[in-house]
Write a protein that binds this ligand. Structure first.
Ligand code: FMN
Length: 225
């Protein structure tokens, strides 16, 4: 499966089979997480066999079942933390999809457990369930491209491919509070709207845009962080 296939195939999955990750899957995820943590100064953690994170009332309310494994989205408290967790979390989410696994981002409906290591100078911004889904999930209701990119119809093909990818991304409450613009100097601006998860969403969208548009085809108007 290519990353483009993974972008199409990924949907949030909230019910999981009681089937553990393989040793190969654990190793691949742990290796990539270690690399990201080093490179991006994050403290992402693969937490295995921890059903307590999703056995409370909140998880039940959120229709989660069989969640045993997750990636804890942790890093040092810094203004750019949420956006970086979104960006690198999106990469991990699509890597998991390519390994035949399913995922769901969770900002709210989980419980913290002692297996999530959060230092005094760190914050957790949510978790990502990971495992063998009972189903492959469902395509979310799509927003119109012009809602997140007002100039979509006049834009070059690479820009439109970027936006097409973003529209398939996970987004808190499926809100897509973001605006992408192709500026006169040829660079791309991505601006978060207002919502409690807008910064995480923005990081996710920027990763998806890069994968859709091709990093070689454009530059961001300003550094992502
Ligand atoms: C930052 C973030 C937080 C989320 N929090 C929750 C959550 O607390 N509970 C939940 O059931 N889904 C949560 N989701 C999943 C979204 O509801 C889901 O991504 C969205 O509805 C789009 O569906 P899709 O992921 O299947 O494309 C979250 C997604 C993101 C990106």
């Amino acid at each position: 499966m290519t990353i483009q296939d993974a972008i199409q195939a990924r949907h949030s999955v909230r019910q999981y089979l009681q089937k553990p990750l393989s040793e190969e899957q654990k190793m691949q995820l742990n290796n990539r997480i270690a690399e990201i943590n080093r490179q991006a100064d994050l403290h992402l953690q693969l937490v295995l066999d921890d059903p307590k994170a999703f056995d409370g009332r909140l998880a039940h309310y959120g229709k989660f079942s069989g969640v045993e494994n997750l990636i804890a989205l942790v890093g040092k408290k810094q203004p750019t933390l949420s956006q970086r967790l979104g960006y690198y979390g999106a990469e991990l989410c699509l890597s998991a999809q390519m390994m035949g696994l399913n995922t769901c981002w969770v900002g709210l409906t989980y419980s913290r457990t002692e297996n999530m290591l959060i230092g005094p100078d760190e914050a957790i911004k949510g978790v990502m369930c990971i495992g063998h889904g009972a189903t492959q999930g469902q395509q979310h209701p799509m927003k119109a491209a012009t809602r997140i990119a007002p100039d979509y119809d006049q834009a070059p093909e690479w820009f439109r491919r970027g936006i097409d990818a973003v529209l398939l991304a996970p987004s808190a409450l499926n809100q897509f509070r973001v605006t992408f613009r192709l500026l006169a100097d040829g660079t791309v601006e991505a601006k978060a709207g207002l919502s409690p998860y807008a910064k995480i969403d923005l990081g996710i969208f920027c990763y998806y845009f890069e994968m859709g548009a091709g990093k070689e085809n454009f530059r961001w108007a300003k550094a992502l962080w």
